[in-house]
Write a protein that binds this ligand. Structure first.
Ligand code: XIL
Length: 362
């Protein structure tokens, strides 16, 4: 209770302070944002200004996914990804590539033959190699690190049964990392997943990192996505995962941080989850209630305090979007809701918690 009132007092007072950018205040890790096509193309001028003032790291929200980069076999479309990388270069930002091998936003051709049958093992490995090599090579020396494999493990710690797993077996992960390393030996390579605070998933990721290291594969960090809500996870469980991953000799990155304020209807961040809209599931169209607002403030403060506590293990914290209106949470897992998961409001103004982050940064 005492903690809450101190935070409320701070947030009230902070509205009279003028906020410097977040990036100047954080010295121990980079602070990033996922950026969308309107920002990359410069159409969202307010969003671009917020990005330049506050973030020193960027990741592509969608434009480096395989369905965008290689919509048809052998036909690459680099237009937006090139602009994204140029934006990072022009603004002297750390550029993160997301993502090379993922079962979502994966074009159909990737795992199918022309006649619609499923490709064989050797062919899928060849396609993975071709895609990874072409993409990583194009941005060699500019992209600092890649989410090489995204979401390969289920909440119970078993392998997710993706086409990559089904056709190649668990070795597809090692192969993907090796292809990426060969294409750019200087690039950092990451494994990225959601719900990484769950004990079984945590243990499985630890096993994966250990195995890759035993096999002599380069892996620099585990990305904990951090799509969370007011109920899940507890910061104590999240903390156990930060410690467990770091103990394997890799860095930890919080790669897709957002805290939804809305009633949750599912668990985790499976992008294929879809639920029907009802008014009851969209209660804050006209603004948050004071109690939800303070619960959100408290949870952001609690998690950033955790990140600062473990700043020797964490190399980057990235939020999944800039202003609330950008957030994928407005349309996932239910289309058309109004959520408030990010650090900047719908008027592109920093929320009071931003000043708290600045004042408490390490
Ligand atoms: C999301 C994007 O934010 C949406 O715009 C898109 O429609 C679906 O994907 N985990 C990931 C991200 O690794 O790539 C996802 O991004 C969110 C969940």
């Amino acid at each position: 209770m005492k903690k809450v009132s101190i935070l409320v007092l701070f947030l009230t007072l902070s509205t009279i302070l003028t906020a410097a950018g977040i990036k100047e205040s954080i010295r121990s890790f980079t602070i990033g944002a996922a950026i969308n096509s309107a920002q990359i193309r410069g159409a969202d001028t307010l969003g671009v200004a917020v990005i330049k003032d506050n973030f020193n790291s960027i990741v592509a929200e969608n434009c480096m996914k395989s369905e965008v980069l290689q919509p048809q076999k052998g036909h690459y479309v680099f237009d937006l990804a090139d602009k994204f990388v140029q934006f990072g270069v022009d603004n002297d930002m750390e550029i993160i590539g997301h993502t090379l091998i993922w079962h979502e936003q994966l074009p159909k051709w990737f795992t199918l033959n022309d006649d619609g049958t499923t490709v064989g093992r050797d062919e899928l490995i060849a396609r993975m190699k071709g895609h990874i090599t072409t993409v990583v090579n194009r941005y060699k020396g500019k992209v600092k690190g890649w989410d090489v494999v995204n979401e390969a493990i289920l909440d119970d710690g078993s392998w997710r049964k993706t086409p990559f797993y089904d056709i190649i077996g668990e070795d597809y992960i090692r192969l993907a990392f090796e292809f990426a390393h060969r294409a750019d030996p200087d690039a950092e390579l990451y494994y990225n997943d959601f719900s990484t605070a769950l004990p079984k998933k945590r243990e499985a990721i630890v096993r994966l990192v250990k195995r890759l290291k035993e096999q002599g594969v380069r892996i620099d960090a585990v990305g904990m996505q951090g799509h969370i809500n007011l109920e899940f996870p507890k910061s104590s469980e999240f903390e156990k995962s930060i410690v467990a991953f770091a103990s394997q000799g890799v860095k930890v990155m919080i790669t897709e941080f957002d805290i939804s304020t809305l009633p949750s209807v599912n668990f985790g961040a499976n992008v294929s989850d879809r639920f029907k809209y009802t008014d009851a599931l969209d209660p804050y169209r006209d603004g948050l209630t004071p109690s939800i607002q303070s619960a959100w403030d408290e949870k952001v403060a609690e998690f950033f305090a955790l990140f600062f506590k473990h700043s020797n293990k964490i190399s980057r914290v990235t939020v999944w979007g800039v202003a609330d209106s950008d957030s994928w949470k407005n349309n996932w897992p239910i289309v058309g809701r109004t959520d408030y998961p990010l650090l900047f409001d719908r008027n592109y103004k920093p929320k009071p918690i931003v000043e708290w982050i600045i004042q408490n940064a390490k």
